[in-house]
Design a protein around this ligand. Structure first.
Ligand code: SF4
Length: 318
């Protein structure tokens, strides 16, 4: 478990805003949550390429349970615009605070690392940058263009913040033409004030809808965590809301608590329940659904993108 005041590895506290909160109960993980240890040669090579290019990954910063499996295959998800987020969501392990200036060389370094890792599909995400006039949209666009120029065969997926109160930001990212535009809802509407207080549920739905209005051919994707106190009916409503915005791909995974200062795991959802959510989501019209305890937005993103494209082709009228 990551320590909130982690001043040994990091000179600054990771979550100063959470340090004075009462401890939340920590529940034992069930048998079905088992992950691969990060010890392979591929893992070490991935780590070396990430470090050599001075990059951050969400795999490390968020403490993703799949890192052993993904990095063995050299699948890393880059987190651009620094390692410090201007929001302080109750579930998230990414450091909170006032971020530094943008690194103008980062787009090129991400492209270089993409080439070195040999990625056929790359996922790029970021911290929230409410401090920037465009929320970092131009930096996202530059990164997409740099990857396209360096790795023209690689498909690109962006997982963006909500660009709340940043007029014109979303449009900049869409204009750079990523193959997949992902923006996570994270949880159901009723849990927003507790889990994601800086965000607005309907703003996030509208953002995804707007992507399709600007470019109807762009794939859209969103994801949630379960186990945060949501009700089953609220998840079904969320699926309907996403389908109203014509979202193509839904991911559903189990929330895991990074430290005792983070939101409690209210419940471990069983693998059978995840399967049931998957069936319901397909019935509601999503082209692609990934629903399992260890599903994360970028887990198997390359394989899933191939399936997503195939699913659209199958559905296209002949
Ligand atoms: S699931 Fe995504 S965030 Fe987690 S290790 Fe894999 S690529 Fe990184």
């Amino acid at each position: 478990m990551v320590v909130v005041l982690d001043t040994v590895r990091h000179p600054r506290p990771r979550h100063p805003e959470k340090a004075h909160r009462p401890d939340a109960p920590v529940h034992k993980k069930p048998d079905w949550i088992r992950v691969k240890a990060p010890v392979s040669r591929g893992f070490a090579e991935t780590a070396q390429i990430v470090r050599a290019n001075g990059l951050h990954t969400v795999c490390e910063e968020a403490g993703c349970p799949n890192i052993g499996e993904c990095w063995e295959k050299k699948h890393a998800t880059f987190m651009i615009m620094g390692d410090t987020c201007t929001r302080a969501c109750a579930f998230c392990n990414v450091r909170t605070g006032l971020p530094g200036a943008l690194d103008a060389l980062e787009p090129q370094n991400v492209a270089e690392a993409t080439a070195k890792l040999g990625l056929t599909h790359i996922v790029v995400t970021s911290v929230d940058r409410d401090d920037l006039d465009d929320g970092g949209a131009d930096h996202f666009a530059q990164t997409i263009r740099a990857i396209r120029a360096r790795c023209p065969e690689t498909t690109i997926e962006v997982l963006t913040p909500d660009f709340l109160r940043k007029d014109g930001a979303l449009e900049k990212v869409v204009a750079a033409r990523p193959d997949v535009f992902n923006h996570n809802l994270e949880t159901v509407a009723s849990r927003y004030l507790t889990v994601r207080p800086g965000a607005r549920y309907f703003h996030s739905i509208r953002l995804l809808q707007r992507v399709k209005e600007i470019d109807s051919g762009m794939f859209t994707k969103s994801g949630i965590m379960v186990g945060l106190g949501e009700e089953r009916n609220e998840i079904l409503q969320l699926m309907d809301d996403l389908r109203s915005a014509d979202v193509d791909f839904l991911t559903i995974g189990q929330y895991l608590q990074p430290t005792r200062k983070h939101h409690e795991v209210v419940r471990y959802v069983t693998p059978d329940e995840f399967k049931a959510y998957e069936s319901m989501a397909y019935a509601k019209g999503f082209l692609m659904v990934s629903s399992s305890p260890l599903t994360r937005s970028s887990h198997h993103a390359g394989d899933d993108f191939a399936k997503l494209r195939a699913a659209r082709e199958t559905r296209r009228p002949r």
